[in-house]
Design a protein around this ligand. Structure first.
Ligand code: ADP
Ligand code: ADP
Ligand code: MG
Length: 657
């Protein structure tokens, strides 16, 4: 085995590979562009080397810079991750020439499978079903038009050297063909440096199922079962599962065998993926082979218990596969979702900005490239993290995913978390009756706001009464700007889903409150269960609730539904109503007793400064200065009982001369 591995990548996949290096005792070398200075992968690795400016062509895609970093750091192997140079035969070749081990298949295999045209031709020759189409070797429009007429519509225009869903166009009728070809060609030229295109019949209501394969340098090839990656947006996977819940036993056996045949056809070495598109009748067709670690490999790791990166290292080091086909087990069910920095409300435009809050549910696997406090830029792709859950069966995994998504919150930059939660909650997803168009077809439903349960409102009230890190029952009046006290009731102003809401809370006996809101009146109470959860009771019915707070925003997850509330300082666009009257001077907001006086006559105070602490209504309340000024005289003493609206002190300028 080699000793030191350079990881020619960034983000979550670089972090993921570093984890395995650590486990195996390999020294990891990270590389970083100027845009990635200080990013997570550089901190996790044993060493980090700069490779140039932010532009990928000058850093992560620069073979020369990477070779130089490998040489200088003394690495003896290079793991390419996915994307970037992972499927560039030239990179593998140049590394080999420099005496370095490339963790991946041979350059010939990469080159061959990098061309969808050649890959399909080879697989067809081996008897593996491929989608009928046109290989696009005649480049003039007439040739494509003729072929299109023969194939029939709808059809797909694809970039021969494409990947990541780019350079693809769906053509529904002959009139659209010329434009689709021109658009795809432009995109292919700019993305892949080659405008070659092919045509394929579009399989209607398709599903995407792929098979993980492994091959060693001694002629052994095995599969690690299949993954279902049908939930896609713009030909890009969003949600992946293992195993597929959609294929029957005999179809699965055929599919796995076809994938093995494909692997054998190229004497495949390393980890690879054979992708198939599957029609509604279970008819399947080879799409392409990805000669690298796949983004969604963790679902396979979850159901097989294998570490794919470790297996890649063993294979690259020349060792025979450590497991035989019969020993590979597929147990339980796994689901992965891709958390992207993109805004569902604005057509999924990529977003960028600071990640102030990055809280992912604790009981799941998270492959992440960022942490709280990091800033997401626009130089690279928008994948923030992958969330992976496993369970004994699909229903269990799905319910864990729903819960995990509700309990995860990343912001303030917009992410696709709402879409993922929408998928996890959708009954059709639960039934598994989806095709690759599902997300596009049901977008409105998937992004529809989820209901706010009484438990959400109750938890909101509870969270304001029990700030984080405060084990006591001391109310957070200081921080809870949403509160106003009027008479015996407390008014709470929040914004939710663009709407302003007022809640009225009245204390009952210890630890219990009456909540009055538009939905009804409820008796609410809460008990801290552990560091993660509060049991919130509404009319005596308790459910676990997960609470997170960042500044004036409170994230509340209950029963698989996440809601975010923003605290308001008062009712918007309203004059100083009754609720606000107590703030006019320093008067007692409720009948109570003075616990503490923090200022002396003559003291200069600023607005918001704590003046005294009051006890009453089973809570403590800090009276704050409403404006800057000099304290005139105190009108109360510590321990004194005060009535509601009783003046507590006067400012000097308000004092009678
Ligand atoms: P996978 O086939 O592993 O599921 P995808 O289909 O999402 O992964 O993407 C295929 C490859 O293209 C990945 O290696 C990914 O890193 C890369 N890729 C996807 N989108 C982009 C992009 N916008 N820019 C650069 N590379 C991308
Ligand atoms: P890429 O290299 O960009 O990953 P693929 O050939 O793997 O391109 O196709 C990407 C996605 O497009 C597939 O996962 C599938 O959803 C869809 N797709 C590809 N070919 C077809 C087809 N012939 N019919 C229907 N859908 C297809
Ligand atoms: Mg693909």
């Amino acid at each position: 085995m080699f000793r030191k591995v350079l990881i020619a990548n960034r983000g979550e996949i670089a972090c993921r590979i570093i984890q395995t290096c650590r486990r195996l005792g390999l020294i990891s070398v990270a590389v970083y562009s100027e845009a990635d200075r200080g990013s997570l992968h550089t901190l996790l690795a044993d060493e980090a080397w700069p490779i140039g400016p932010a532009a990928p062509a000058e850093s992560y895609l620069s073979i020369d810079r990477l070779l130089e970093a490998a040489r200088q750091s003394g690495a003896d192997a290079v793991h390419p991750g996915y994307g970037f140079l992972s499927e560039q035969a030239d990179f593998a070749r140049r590394l080999e020439e420099a005496g370095l081990v490339f963790v991946g298949p041979r350059p010939e295999t990469i080159a061959l499978m990098g061309s969808k045209r050649e890959a399909k031709a080879l697989m067809a020759q081996k008897g593996i079903p491929v989608v009928p189409g046109y290989d696009g070797t005649g480049t003039d429009l007439a040739a494509f038009e003729q072929a299109a007429a023969r194939i029939g519509f709808p059809l797909l225009v694809k970039a021969v050297f494409g990947g990541g869903g780019r350079g693809m166009r769906l053509v529904r009728n002959p009139g659209e063909l010329a434009d689709a070809l021109a658009g795809a060609r432009r995109e292919a030229e700019s993305s892949f440096g080659d405008g070659a295109l092919l045509l394929e019949r579009y399989i209607e209501h398709p599903r995407h199922i792929e098979v993980q394969i492994l091959g060693d340098q001694h002629g052994h090839q095995i599969h690690l079962f299949e993954r279902e990656c049908t939930l896609q947006r713009r030909y890009q996977k969003v949600w992946e599962e293992a195993p597929s819940s959609l294929v029957g036993t005999s179809a699965r056996a055929e599919l796995l065998e076809a994938a093995l045949q494909a692997a054998r056809a190229v004497d495949y070495r390393g980890a690879g993926t054979v992708e198939f598109v599957v029609g509604p009748e279970g008819d399947f067709y080879f799409l392409e082979m990805n000669t690298r670690l796949q983004v969604e490999h963790p679902v396979t790791e979850t159901v097989t218990g294998l570490d794919l990166v470790a297996l890649q290292f063993e294979i690259a080091a020349g060792r025979p596969l450590p497991i035989r086909q019969e020993e590979v087990r597929c147990e339980g069910h796994a689901i992965e979702v891709r958390l992207y920095a993109e805004d569902p409300a604005r057509g999924f435009l990529p977003t960028a900005g600071p990640i102030d809050c990055f809280t992912l549910a604790p009981d799941l696997r998270v492959d992440q490239g960022f942490r709280a406090g990091d800033r997401l830029g626009t130089d690279y792709d928008a994948l923030i993290a992958k969330l992976i859950v496993g369970g004994p069966d699909r229903a269990a995994a799905l319910s864990r995913m729903r819960e995990a998504l509700a309990r995860s919150w990343v912001g303030p930059l917009p992410t696709n978390l709402t879409l993922l939660a929408g998928l996890a909650a959708h009954p059709t997803v639960a039934l598994g009756r989806v095709d690759t168009g599902f997300i596009a077809d049901r977008l409105d439903e998937l992004l529809a706001p989820q209901p706010v349960l009484p438990h959400h409102w109750a938890a909101l009230v509870w969270s304001l009464l029990h700030p984080p890190g405060d084990g006591s029952s001391r109310p957070p009046w200081q921080s809870s700007d949403g509160f106003r006290v009027g008479g015996l009731a407390i008014r709470l102003f929040v914004e939710h889903g663009g709407e302003d809401r007022t809640l009225v809370v009245r204390p009952l006996e210890a630890g219990a409150w009456r909540l009055e809101c538009d939905e009804g009146n409820y008796r609410v109470e809460g008990r801290i269960r552990d560091a993660e959860t509060v049991m919130i009771g509404v009319e005596g019915e308790f459910h676990p609730v997960h609470l997170l707070r960042a500044d004036d925003r409170i994230h509340i997850a209950c029963r698989g539904i996440a809601q975010v509330f923003t605290l308001r300082t008062g009712p918007r666009a309203e004059g100083s109503g009754g609720a606000d009257s107590f703030t006019a001077g320093c008067v007692s907001p409720f009948p109570g007793r003075i616990l503490e006086i923090r200022v002396k006559p003559g003291a200069q105070v600023v607005a918001g400064e704590a003046l005294m602490v009051l006890e009453g209504m089973k809570i403590e309340y800090t009276v704050k200065a409403q404006r800057a000024g000099r304290i005139g005289s105190l009108l109360c003493t510590v321990g004194e009982a005060v009535a509601m609206d009783q003046p507590l002190l006067v400012f000097e300028e308000d004092s009678p001369p």
